[in-house]
Write a protein that binds this ligand. Structure first.
Ligand code: ATP
Ligand code: MG
Length: 397
């Protein structure tokens, strides 16, 4: 029934000179998202607005679903675009719109006209009054309510006349690609996919690194991480996922270092390796799913100890979230069901009975000295043998 959608965007409009770049990125992300919906679409910018035009048949819910993944969109308005053929033609168009969209006329309404083109013969006040009157004549059951109308009918006089009255909420945030790129440490758990989603919401493109430990962790555990990356990529766009074989490093640390320090030392090596790939992919920071106090390796002392090996900033979008809040987002983005699949994680395999909860950085560094030069060689091998998987969301054919 609608051939076009008017895309409303908030925050990005205030970005002054950068506005053009933001709109470009938004258009690009909308195109990407719509490539997952059946049908063919045109996305265009016109006078500070973005329109999606359907060039073929399409499924309304599918388009809404696709657009709900595009950060930067605040609202989606199905819109009728009418040619300006005089006031009487406009009345006809508006009445036809109303009739089609609201079969039940026992409603209150208000017309909200805007004249973006000043050469139109009536101003917005005149339009409000005249269109309101004509609607009341056409549909006597209607009532006007200027304060809290059931229906706010927007009529905007632009190059074409925009008629719309419903706005579906978008996800907010900023278009991906407007705030650089970051490297996400992605495990198969609940937290890190949510962290990836959160950073993408602020316009940051995402690459990822996953550490697995075959044969201690299975192929299915790895596939689960690929699936999670695919879920994030619906929001974040294509993701380069680096899969690092961490087994030899883990075994060697296990052999050389006190077991209660194992997790911290392992995590420090994860960060180092992640930083290497971050450099390769031009990432401006690392991202983890850590939240203060969640587990022993996420106390303030532990976070300080892992942080100490990084020269890039480490972003932890979930730092102040409770598990319950994280799960809510995980469910909202459809990651939860995948995250809770019970495959083993490399961190849990060699985990100590009583890990240190307040590691002392100097003590940790001293333990690491036992690793000698051999650890450098192991890290080098891990980096060199890493597998690169380019993950994209699945398309409907
Ligand atoms: P998650 O649910 O994200 O796995 P978690 O609560 O299990 O988090 P940890 O296992 O301590 O917490 O991991 C903390 C963070 O370290 C994760 O959020 C993730 O960013 C990173 N991380 C942990 N294990 C891995 C792994 N195998 N590969 C990549 N990153 C990892
Ligand atoms: Mg985990």
């Amino acid at each position: 029934m609608y051939k076009s959608f008017l895309i409303k965007y908030g925050e990005i409009a205030i970005k002054g000179k950068n506005r053009y770049l933001f709109e470009e990125a938004l258009v690009r992300q909308i195109r990407y998202a719509l490539s997952f919906a059946e049908g063919s679409f045109e996305v265009r910018r016109l006078q500070g607005r973005i329109y999606v035009d359907a060039l073929s048949e399409y499924d309304f819910d599918e388009v809404m679903e696709a657009l709900s993944h595009v950060f930067g969109i605040v609202g989606i308005c199905p819109v009728v675009l009418a040619e300006d053929e005089g006031f009487e033609a406009l009345v006809k168009e508006v009445c036809a719109y109303f009739d089609r969209v609201y079969p039940d006329k026992h409603k209150t309404f208000k017309v909200h006209a805007r004249r973006a083109r000043k050469n139109y013969p009536m101003d917005s006040m005149e339009l409000n009054a005249a269109l309101g009157e004509r609607l009341l004549t056409a549909f006597p059951e209607l009532k006007v309510d200027v304060h809290r109308p059931d229906i706010l009918l927007c009529v905007e006089i632009r190059e074409k006349i925009n008629i719309y009255s419903t706005e579906y909420p978008g996800p907010g945030g900023m278009p991906v690609g407007t705030n650089g790129r970051a490297m996400l440490l992605l495990s198969g758990g609940i937290d890190s996919p949510v962290a990836g989603y959160m950073i993408a919401k602020r316009g940051v493109a995402v690459d990822a690194v996953y550490f697995h430990a075959p044969p201690y962790t299975s192929e299915r555990a790895k596939q689960k991480v690929v699936d999670l990356a695919r879920i994030i990529s619906r929001y974040a766009g294509p993701i380069r996922l680096h899969v690092v074989n961490f087994t030899d490093i883990q075994l060697y640390i296990y052999e050389q270092c006190p077991h209660e320090e194992l997790t911290i030392i392992m995590r420090r090596y994860m960060m180092k390796i992640a930083e290497y790939f971050a450099g390769q992919d031009q990432c401006l920071g690392l991202v983890t799913g850590e939240s203060i106090g969640q587990v022993a390796s996420q106390t303030m002392q532990s976070l300080a100890a892992t942080n100490a090996v990084c020269s890039l900033p480490v972003y932890r979008p979930l730092i102040g979230f409770d598990k319950k809040e994280i799960i809510e987002i995980s469910e909202k983005i459809d990651a939860y069901e995948t995250s809770i699949l019970p495959y083993e994680d490399c961190c849990t395999i060699f985990v100590a009975k009583h890990p240190v909860t307040k590691p002392n950085l100097r003590v940790i560094e001293r333990s690491e000295q036992r690793l000698g030069e051999k650890i450098e060689a192991l890290v080098e091998t891990a980096v060199e043998t890493a597998e690169l998987i380019c993950v994209e969301a699945e398309r409907t054919e």
